[in-house]
Write a new protein. Structure first.
Length: 52
C-alpha cells in the first residue's frame, strides 16, 4: 500500500509538469495546495530512503 501511495505521489509532479496550463490559472494553483504537494513529496522521499 505504501509503495502504491508513493508511486502515486511521484507521478503527481509529472502530471503537473505535463499540464503547464495550470500555472497560467492562479486559481487552480493555491499556496495551500502547493504546500500539501511539497509535503507529500518530501514524505514519500523520506519513506523511500528508509528502505523497503
Amino acid at each position: 500500500m505504501i509503495r502504491t501511495l508513493a508511486l502515486a505521489v511521484f507521478m503527481l509532479p509529472a502530471a503537473v509538469m505535463a499540464a503547464p496550463w495550470q500555472f497560467d490559472q492562479p486559481i487552480n494553483v493555491t499556496p495551500v495546495h502547493g504546500a500539501k504537494v511539497f509535503h507529500h513529496v518530501e514524505a514519500a522521499r523520506a519513506l523511500r530512503f528508509q528502505g523497503p
